[in-house]
Design a protein around this ligand. Structure first.
Ligand code: G4P
Length: 289
């Protein structure tokens, strides 16, 4: 069953973003490089295309993602009209410094005191929008936290002379598919109260044993032949000596361990979706293909 997490302030924020779209020249969309497709809110993309606004897509947290998959995602997005995509780590000042110049190049004729370049930052919760805002503005304007949906209102900031930047709250959308919701939960784009760690970890474990067996072996030791997601959780419980008081392996703690180690990057650079999978799985979100 898909996870449903759509706090009330997100519906209000959606309306505000739709109104603001008319008053801006460029959208800066922050995506999670590990899940560029699942972390793209189809509502943003629809609003942007309707409003015919160009987008700079930032595949953030690239330090956590599989570099080869990130390269393919960038190729995919950079082939789209009115889109420029780069990967970055918003915590690195050098990466942030590239952004104003890229924005300016996308909208020639704007960027002066008389005709400022007006930009809006969009992204789902926890992709690093606040980190990026603080880096761009060189001061602390947005709270950063590893808990989704901290920023709740739109804020307008000026970025030197000739550029303005509208910050928006992280927004999700209703009726997302199970695949998308589990990937968002695995990367912590959805609040913890909306799902059980064990369900999300089982989904993540299934994906990892198929796509990244070598990284798992490096972290948790050799896995049995034909090991599946549940087998991985059992192996983690065994290797970390996680036992229940009543006896038997503590699979719930193994699930939390797997999620924490994936989220912190301890397992190594991992992406949870590829361009090829997205194309094959369409029409699960063919609005964005
Ligand atoms: P949001 O506004 O989109 O909700 O995201 P926010 O900037 O609050 O960032 C969410 C978490 O992601 C923060 O972690 C932040 O430090 C981290 N983060 C943002 N960009 C990157 C990146 O490019 N790479 C990595 N590895 N992490 C990033 P946190 O646990 O709250 O803070 P901290 O312990 O990292 O300081």
């Amino acid at each position: 069953m898909a996870i449903n997490w759509y706090p009330g302030h997100m519906a209000i924020a959606r309306k505000a973003a739709a109104e603001s779209m008319r008053k801006i020249d460029l959208v800066i969309e922050v995506l999670d490089a590990r899940i560029p497709h699942a972390s793209c809110n189809p509502m943003f993309e629809a609003l942007r295309r309707q409003g015919q606004r160009p987008a700079l897509k930032l595949l953030n947290k690239a330090d956590f993602a599989d570099p080869e998959e990130t390269r393919r995602w960038l190729q995919h997005y950079n082939a789209q009209p009115d889109v420029k995509a780069i990967s970055l780590c918003a915590k690195r000042p050098k990466d942030i410094q590239r952004i104003p110049g890229l924005c300016q190049a996308m909208v020639p004729g704007r960027g002066t005191r008389l005709k400022p370049l007006r930009m809006m930052i969009l992204g789902i919760p926890n992709v690093g929008k606040s980190t990026l805002m603080n880096g761009l503005l060189g001061r602390h304007v947005a709270p950063v936290g590893d808990e989704p949906a901290i920023t709740k209102h739109q804020m307008l900031h000026s970025l030197g002379t000739g550029m303005t930047l509208m910050d928006t709250p992280g927004m999700l959308w209703k009726a997302m598919t199970q695949d998308v919701s589990y990937r968002l939960a695995a990367t912590h784009g959805i609040g913890r109260a909306a799902y059980e760690d064990e369900d999300v970890a089982a989904y993540l474990a299934d994906y990892l044993v198929r796509q990244y067996p070598a990284l798992l072996t490096k972290r948790f030791g050799p896995l049995a032949d034909n090991c599946d997601g549940h087998g991985l959780l059992e192996a983690i419980a065994q290797v970390r000596c996680l036992a229940r008081k009543a006896g038997g392996l503590d699979i719930a703690r193994a699930a939390t361990t797997l999620l924490n180690e994936f989220r912190s990057g301890a397992l190594g650079p991992i992406s949870l979706e590829t361009v090829e999978q997205m194309r094959l799985r369409s029409p699960y979100r063919d609005d964005l293909a």
